[in-house]
Design a protein around this ligand. Sequence first.
Ligand code: DX5
Ligand code: ZN
Length: 214
Amino acid sequence: MLIAPSILSADMTNLKSEVDMLNASAAEWIHFDIMDGVFVPNLSFGFPILEAVRRCTHKPLDVHLMMVQPERYVEQFKASGATNLTVQYEACTHLHRVLERIKKLGMNAGVAINPHTPASTLEEVAAMTDIVLVMSVNPGFGGQAFIENSYSKVSRVRELLQRKNSSALIEVDGGVTLDNAPKIKAAGADVLVAGSLVFTASCPPETIALLAKI
Ligand code: DX5
Ligand code: ZN
């Protein structure tokens, strides 16, 4: 499994040491949850934090935009060091155009779907998408419980991607634990986001390594 720790749950008073820990760990990506207080009822962080972390790591920055009208900031996220840029299906009137712009700028384009959004909504963009982010919690906060329906939803996304000959990675985001990770993988996931699991662990690198070995 590829592991993408979410720094939303990191100790912000020691961000550099948290990133140093991730650099030395089995983490594949660093997941950034950008929240605007409109699409989700929370505010997280923005460009200054992203640029600061960019300066401390060579790992891909996996940016998850939980905001309305994300097309306003695509160029700025590229300039700030985003490797992957994932927009919420529910926030995009012109999803096809946003994905095209993200890819044209040389980033990997992702689509996140909320728990209520069916896998079938990806039908017409599956072939152009690099990442499908299956939200296994209602977005906005770390530390929430995994929504059980997400297992079968990951399988439905996997089936759709295979049918569309899409090489997109399936990333699962929210409530991932060492207990549910094997079942999430069996359902067809490639990447696991883990926030509270990693940053509340007694030994985060060991937890990341255990997740990666699944
Ligand atoms: C939720 C975010 C998730 C969250 C994951 O809105 O998109 O990335 O930070 O945190 P955990 O792993 O604690 O659910
Ligand atoms: Zn996220």
